[in-house]
Design a protein around this ligand. Structure first.
Ligand SMILES: *Cc1c(COP(=O)(O)O)cnc(C)c1O
Length: 408
């Protein structure tokens, strides 16, 4: 038998192979199991499957072989080389969702109830911010948005707020690239019996493994670097309390219905095979682009975690393997200059989202943050002249060449 008990020495090998189980027809890659339901040999077998006495699939909202492969691969990567309190290899369970937002919904709804509060940093993915500010409050769950870069502020808020039950971190954060200290914040939260979740979308498990720092849950929008090719929307929720993950969390996931589908799961498993090589190239290119932009006369500021000028440079170096592939820069001449640069791109793509092989650029003031009042977005550093860039894996001469001509 191949695979099952081999201990991968390297992350990249796990990215290629982990999660695969031998196909009954010996297909090399797990086929796309496009089937909504599964057949029982006899009524007794149906009963054994429903009661959990016999392992086996029942219905694809509950589980599907194509989906299971992607889930097991993500669990293997988030736990790669990580040990539990007893020094044993960390066990994780991942549940694939139809989107990052669906994974967040399961996380919030399964862990919070009426009267609880959720604490998070003020710089967040827009959808997450709207979820905690607009969807949760009518259910009796209130958000507390604070500056979690400052541990003293974080502790005083936690101390004076016994209703806080969940601390949700996003690091590096959208769109500022703020990095909060996962280990210190998790230690602090656990002293007050607060559970901790971390959105690891920007980093991926190759660059950062939040379970190493003690968090209880990790979630991703798999739409981004994990899929890596921009072919499908998806999300995942990963947890280390195996009983709770297989029990309550699975129940909530199945009943909220934000399940993935076999085709998207197949694309995700395929994309993740190249995670290590892609991330190395993404990060290498991003550093080169940051160095190019930093000295460009049309640009006043470059925000990249790999530059020592970034306020969270040291936090990033401490908890991440490389500083990632996301950066932003500000045009000296503001709005018109930013629009002109975006409009003149010839190879790089004008689009929101991130994490694809292709370099993507967007102009937050006219796109993602168009509806946010100017004063409010400027508080988060989203000025009229800011351009956000997800650096791709093209050859660096072409990325810089395209930027050079667009900035002319
Ligand atoms: C995209 C994104 C999400 C939401 O994920 P979807 O797959 O679009 O639902 C959440 N968090 C971060 C950091 C993201 O970039």
């Amino acid at each position: 038998m191949q695979g099952n008990d081999f201990q991968y020495a390297g992350f990249g090998s796990a990215a290629v192979h982990a999660g695969h189980t031998i196909d009954p027809n010996y297909a090399h890659l797990t086929p796309i199991y496009a089937s909504s339901t599964y057949v029982f040999d006899e009524a007794e077998q149906g009963m054994r499957r429903f009661s959990g006495q016999e392992k086996g699939y029942i219905y694809s909202r509950w589980g599907n072989p194509s989906i299971a492969e992607a889930e097991d691969k993500i669990a293997a990567l988030e736990s790669f080389g990580v040990t539990d309190d007893k020094g044993q290899p960390l066990q994780l369970k991942a549940i694939l969702h139809s989107s990052g937002m669906a994974a967040l919904s399961t996380l919030m709804i399964s862990n919070l109830q009426k009267g609880d509060q959720v604490l998070t940093h003020f710089s967040l993915y827009g959808g997450t911010q709207e979820l905690v500010e607009k969807v949760l409050p009518p259910l009796g769950i209130e958000p507390v948005l604070a500056d979690l870069l400052d541990l003293t502020i974080a502790e005083s808020i936690i101390k004076s707020n016994p209703a806080i039950k969940l601390l949700h971190l996003e690091t590096p954060a959208n769109p500022t690239l703020n990095c909060v200290d996962i280990e210190s914040l998790t230690y602090l939260a656990h002293r007050y019996n607060i559970i901790v979740s971390c959105d690891n979308t920007f980093a991926t498990p190759y660059l950062q493994q939040p379970f190493r720092f003690g968090v209880d849950y990790v979630m991703h929008s798999t739409t981004k670097f994990l899929n890596g090719h921009g072919t499908a929307i998806g999300g995942v929720l990963v947890g280390k309390d195996m009983e709770r993950m297989s029990g309550h969390i699975t129940k909530v996931h199945r009943l909220l219905g934000g399940n993935s589908n076999p085709f998207d799961a197949f694309l995700l498993s395929l994309g993740m095979k190249t995670l290590e090589v892609r991330m190395d190239k993404h990060c290498h290119n991003a550093m080169e682009v940051a160095n190019f932009l930093e000295v460009h006369p049309a640009i006043s500021k470059v925000n990249y975690l790999g530059l020592s000028a970034h306020p969270d440079h040291h936090t990033a170096l401490r908890q991440m393997r490389h500083p990632g592939a996301m950066l932003s820069f500000e045009m000296k001449d503001g709005l018109e200059a930013a629009k002109k640069c975006i409009d003149q791109l010839k190879m790089c793509i004008r689009a929101v989202s991130l994490g694809t092989c292709d370099t993507l650029l967007c102009h937050p003031a006219s796109m993602t943050h168009y509806s946010v009042p100017k004063e409010k977005r400027e508080l988060y550093g989203i000025t009229d002249g800011l351009i956000r860039m997800s650096v791709g894996i093209e050859n660096i001469q072409d990325i810089i060449g395209d930027l050079e001509q667009a900035l002319r």
